[in-house]
Design a protein around this ligand. Structure first.
Ligand SMILES: Cc1ncc(COP(=O)(O)O)c(C=O)c1O
Length: 369
């Protein structure tokens, strides 16, 4: 087809996002109804009862635009985090917050330091802005903060730390993080993405918020309501940072980037303490169960601080992924992370976890035949 419009050069550099299969599509293809998704690190409990009620009560309001300042949710969250409301900016998921930060900070030619493997959106925003990603692969598949520090040049503008990291579930240690922040030259922004922060049980974890409170004013913390709060489909995330940067980000973001129901749900989610506790417990139980089962099978994995686990299949994981899919279990093949021998599995309910292992064992046995 004749098409002569020339898009920005950087767009060609962006790898297309490969979405996982939706449950409904797999159900339709396989002709079965009992499909489970353990692929996108969502909460298998879904949203809390409080959130469901708040949504039902506010449906009539969606004829109006949402509050562009996200006033009530911001107030509630600021109180919860013990920070000033002007240190918070919300977005249509933390993906949106990430895009706004990139648009606020990055000029073409700026360098951005990104661990490998990690979440794809850091590379995306870097390339979108015409900036240069500098990838630092770590031996242990987490973050090698020393190597990341060594990679700093006069062009470095931004560093991404995903803590816990997606897809590995690893964390950076307290002293590693404070050393890194102390030694980093001034003027470089450090994103600490804590999409999975609520699931961490390791006492050697230091939150980005603590770093901000310790005086590392160049830190930007990303958090989301998509994971532990069970609101992935509503799209709600936020950043906590220095008010000067937040003010600049507010100029860049779209005025109505947080929809009305997401704002309502966010407030109710913050008040759903029991749901939070149950969700954390579920993940803890999932972790122990997976460790136990994988150890018994002699299958290697990375110990995880998140609500998912990276499992080493020993060879290309495509066939195991397909076998699971054919049996109604959607997991994440990690080829796009540069990890073709792994799958990433989100912990489900106890019943879902058991079903996963029933099929996974068949898949592994079929591989060995
Ligand atoms: C590390 C990390 N950050 C951010 C996100 C995106 O979160 P949100 O749904 O708030 O856009 C994800 C989602 O998978 C993630 O893994």
């Amino acid at each position: 087809m004749d098409f002569t419009i020339k898009t920005r050069e950087c767009v060609d550099q962006i790898p297309p996002y490969v979405p996982g299969k939706p449950i409904e599509e797999v159900q339709r293809e396989l002709g079965i109804t009992s499909v489970i998704k353990m692929a996108s690190n969502e909460n298998p409990l879904g949203p809390s009862t409080e959130v469901r009620q708040a949504l039902a009560q506010n449906l009539d309001k969606i004829g109006y635009y949402p509050d562009a300042n996200v006033f009530y949710l911001k107030e509630a969250l600021a109180k919860e985090l013990d920070v000033d409301p002007d240190m918070i900016v919300f977005g249509n998921g933390s993906d949106d917050v990430n895009k706004v930060l990139g648009e606020t900070l990055l000029n073409p030619e700026d360098e951005v330091i990104i661990a490998q493997p990690t979440f794809s959106q850091y590379e995306y925003i870097t390339l979108l802005m015409g900036a240069k990603p500098v990838f630092i692969r770590s031996e242990h598949l987490g973050h090698d903060l020393s190597a990341m520090l060594e990679a700093v040049t006069s062009k470095t503008k931004l560093v991404f730390i995903c803590n816990p990291n997606n897809p590995t579930g690893t964390i950076v240690r307290k002293d590693e993080l404070t050393r890194f922040l102390t030694e980093l030259p001034k003027g470089i922004t450090v994103v600490i993405d804590e999409a999975y922060g609520e699931f961490v049980t390791d006492p050697d974890f230091l939150s980005g918020l603590e770093c901000l409170k310790m005086g590392f004013t160049n830190v930007v913390v990303y958090r989301t309501f998509s994971k532990i709060y069970g609101l992935a489909g509503l799209r709600l995330g936020y950043a906590i940072a220095n008010p000067v940067l937040i003010e600049q980000m507010n100029r860049v973001r779209e005025p109505f980037n947080v929809n009305l129901l997401a704002q309502t749900a966010g407030i109710a989610a913050l008040n759903s303490k029991m749901h939070l506790t149950l969700s954390k417990e579920l993940v803890k139980a999932g972790r122990s169960y997976f460790y136990e089962q994988l150890d018994a099978m002699g299958v290697k994995y990375l110990p995880t601080q998140a609500n998912f686990i990276l499992i080493h299949c020993g060879k290309d994981s495509r066939s195991i992924y397909e076998f699971l899919l054919q049996n109604g279990i959607i997991v994440r093949a990690t080829h796009s992370f540069g990890l073709p021998e792994y799958i990433r599995v989100t912990f489900g309910t106890a019943e879902q976890n058991e079903r996963f292992f029933k099929v996974f064992k068949q898949a592994v046995n079929a591989e060995m035949d």
